[in-house]
Design a protein around this ligand. Sequence first.
Ligand code: MN
Ligand code: MN
Length: 454
Amino acid sequence: MYRKNAWEKYEDKKPIMDFAEGYKEFISIGKTERLVAKEAIAALEAKGFKKAEGLKGVKPGDKIYFVNKNKNVCAYVVGKKPLIEGLRILGAHIDSPRLDLKEHPIYEDKGFVLGDTHYYGGVKKYQWVTIPLALHGVICKKDGTVAEVSIGEDPADPVVGITDLLIHLAQDQLQKPGAKVIEGEGLDISLGSIPLKGAEKEPVKANILAILKEKYDVEEEDLISAEIEVTPAGPARDYGLDRSMVAGYGHDDRVCAYTSLQAILDIEDPEFTSCCILVDKEEIGSVGATGAQSLFFENTIAQLAAASGEKNPMLAARIIMENSKMLSSDVSAGFDPLYPQVNDPKNAAYFGQGLVFNKYTGRGGKGGSNDANPEYYAWIRKVMDEAEVNWQNAELGRVDQGGGGTIAYILGNYNMNVIDAGIPVHNMHAPMEIVSKVDVYEAYLGYKAFLLAK
Ligand code: MN
Ligand code: MN
């Protein structure tokens, strides 16, 4: 099933198209890690997963999930084999590149009110101007209440956006290198232009604050403890005249999060305990309490070990991790015929050829990459071929062309076998990313085959 066009396998394309409908809805709602976590929890609950609270005992077939600070979800289906023999883990990240409002964001200039942002993750800044943007997030108040912000998705909502120079006056701007055409401090969003009647100073800002007060019962100072993410507005759409692809925001890495989640939702009574972990902060180095480097994951395993009767659950957690196998479910750079020069065509990911394995990522001599063991890769090939899953291999571009990372090496640090396995994407990190529906479907099948593999 290596390097074959997956579309040709299907006489009836309906299951692929139907699966993509569910995915489009998922990313259209899940514009932030919090919203994706919420959707994941709802899907898990609907399939009978129970939140792990005061976990007493676990038995084969139990479906359990843990949540970390509303941004990080970890689900398990307990297997027939003892936990100590290891888990089958799917791990994806649910944060995506975007712009975050600063702590003190709102200012008025010449009768115009703007919101100051700091971009999150790797973005080509010029891609974020002159497109409709939405605001999503939370404003946390001192009294402990939380206002949930969502502006720009309902067709009746206004949108916001970032201006760019008109071509007529862009002579100087267009001489700049791409990284400087739009600068970080130039990514401020337009919020309004009507002055509040009777306000003495900054009347337009006063009006915007009044709107926020009315809608969310918040003061300007409350924005200090807010987390407002500026994302592309609007739903994911079919792409291409044949509807073979999906255009949307946040395929990296919600496409792997969705497929991993759908895979574990289908699992009943596995041999080895199935696990799906959805993490935050990958785009900024997997740091912090909700990133892949957090002890949260290890702690959930220790809790399972304790509930299954292990005398030393922390040590057991370490051994369980060492005996585990993992797919680091993250997207790959899809070969783009407009830019062939950045890839080695023999080792590139192509749309339509299915699930992509990246033995290594990294930059400059595999720097910082996990570089999976060939013994493990051979086992993976067997699992994929036996399940008739279309798959391919890729490097992230030509040697010394650039590079990137995933969460693979972090889990590799626990001495488990890990390999990157995901879906090819065009326009990675742009406000509109593209994936092939058949690759999405093959990834789902591949993830499921992996969870069920002996
Ligand atoms: Mn990613
Ligand atoms: Mn990324």
